[in-house]
Design a protein around this ligand. Structure first.
Ligand code: PEP
Ligand code: CO
Length: 452
């Protein structure tokens, strides 16, 4: 660990997306309480994840990371959490089929409550208030009271995260008996897909493999495997993150124990800024979002600050350019990272560069554009002799209508039916599963080509 770092050294640096609390005493009191409460995850889980991410960087595993753009306290409910976990586990089974690799499963979950915003304030009918910054900071309703940062929300967020992770651990331990056989998945949408035969072949193949395995060992799959599942969130609110940054017995490092795998957002990754300062000192595996403004000069420098010892598994670059920009933006960055000899895990977030606003003012994303960016990402990494080791989605296990397209061909007119997100649009259950089928189909075709 660097001697010039401490969990609070970020406070001396410029802070982007900073939050000002009018009641400073109440804020300090909450932070002191947070720093005494028990951690949500453990250092050995964090280290195990780092090892698995190192394997993903070498192409031996594949990372699936997904969940809401922002969780809300309201949606901390059993059905919502269970559905989110189920869709991620189902997607991971489809990806095992496609990649022939173990999948590292990570939720944007149990703490994804703070949002960076492009505009600090919002004006309606001549009234200007702070933008909604996520449930950890303020409330979405457009009143002065709701939009004023409320420090008590930090405690509510910690508690909701704890409730969520507790329930996830229980569900995972219970084995989730109903997800292992695709015949029990809701697959009605497949008949609407143009590639329905491919999807059915994937489903039959997973089903046969599960039966085969169960027949060999004489037990049901849910009794056999305890799926690993990890949490992640944007480590945006540094005072909150600092309060849960701990040292543990017999380990020299500091860990952020509010989550396994925090990431730095594209708006907060300034090399001399507070977020990079905080992140460089924690021992967790970390992600950095990399958007179109990143240059081949800046990236190796940022990597040297965040992972000076080139530790495998430590750093994931989550690129999010947009389908129209990835061919221009990605190759020079892959090249720069290789020239400097940095070991990173490359992961593609095909969501954040593909957001558009409809005529009626709703933020949306098209299934086809998301898939196009992903396909280009696979191709570009392959052609550059690099490895795309993971994918990052905004998704939900519920039947929302926020993204366009997919097998059912959702149109702009359909979006109003169930548009629930206060922030970015998510793939719904069917679109998310179909996306996994598309990736698996691509990976599997490549496996077959290679084994011929
Ligand atoms: C997000 O992941 O929700 C997000 C805001 O992403 P980015 O930092 O890449 O814009
Ligand atoms: Co988002």
């Amino acid at each position: 660990m660097q001697s010039d770092w401490s969990p609070s050294s970020w406070q001396t640096k410029p802070i982007s997306q900073a939050v000002e609390y009018p009641d400073r005493a109440a804020f300090d009191q909450v932070l002191s309480e947070l720093s005494r409460l028990p951690p949500l995850v453990t250092s050995w889980e964090v280290e195990r994840l780092k090892t698995q991410l190192a394997e993903a960087a070498r192409g031996e595993r594949f990372l699936l990371q997904g969940g809401d753009c922002a969780e809300t306290f309201e949606e901390c409910r059993s059905s919502v959490i269970a559905n989110k976990l189920k869709i991620l586990l189902k997607m991971s089974m489809v990806l095992i089929y496609g990649s022939h690799k173990s999948i590292v499963r990570v939720g944007r979950v149990a703490g994804q409550y703070a949002k960076p915003r492009s505009m600090e304030t919002e004006t309606r009918d001549g009234v200007t208030l702070l933008s909604y910054r996520g449930n950890l900071i303020n409330r979405p309703k457009f009143t002065a009271e709701d939009r004023t940062p409320d420090p008590r929300l930090l405690l509510r967020g910690y508690e909701r995260a704890a409730l969520t992770i507790n329930f996830i651990r229980g569900l995972i331990d219970g084995g989730f008996a109903d997800i292992h056989h695709p015949e029990q998945w809701n697959l009605d949408f497949v008949s609407h897909a143009s590639r329905s035969d491919d999807y059915r072949r994937i489903v039959r193949s997973i089903d046969r493999s599960v039966y085969f395995l169960e027949a060999i060992v004489g037990r049901r799959l849910d009794e056999l495997t305890r799926a690993d599942f990890y949490t992640s969130h944007d480590g945006l609110h540094l005072a909150y993150e600092q309060a849960q940054t701990r040292q543990v017995p017999r380990r020299p490092h500091w860990y952020n124990l509010s989550t396994h795998y925090p990431w730095i957002g594209d708006r907060t990754r300034a090399i001399d800024g507070a977020h990079v300062e905080y992140f460089r000192g924690i021992a967790n595996p970390i992600g950095v979002k990399v958007g179109p403004a990143m240059t081949p000069e800046e990236l190796p420098e940022l990597i040297s600050v965040l992972n000076p010892s080139n530790e495998p598994g430590r750093l994931t670059l989550i690129h999010r350019f947009g389908a129209g920009k990835i061919e221009r933006c990605l190759p020079p960055l892959i090249d720069a990272v290789r020239r400097h000899g940095h070991q990173v895990l490359w992961c593609c977030d095909p969501m954040h560069g593909n957001t558009v606003v409809t005529r009626s003012g709703l933020k949306t994303r098209s299934f086809d554009e998301i898939l196009r960016e992903l396909s280009l990402a696979f191709e570009i990494h392959e052609q550059s002799g690099s490895i795309l080791g993971g994918v990052h989605f905004e998704l939900t296990g519920d039947n929302v209508t926020e993204c366009l397209g997919g097998a059912r061909g959702l149109t702009e007119a359909d979006l109003a039916q169930a548009y629930l997100s206060d922030v970015d649009p998510r793939l719904n259950y069917e679109q998310a599963l179909e996306m996994a089928f598309c990736i698996a189909h691509r990976m599997n075709t490549k496996q077959q080509r290679m084994s011929r």
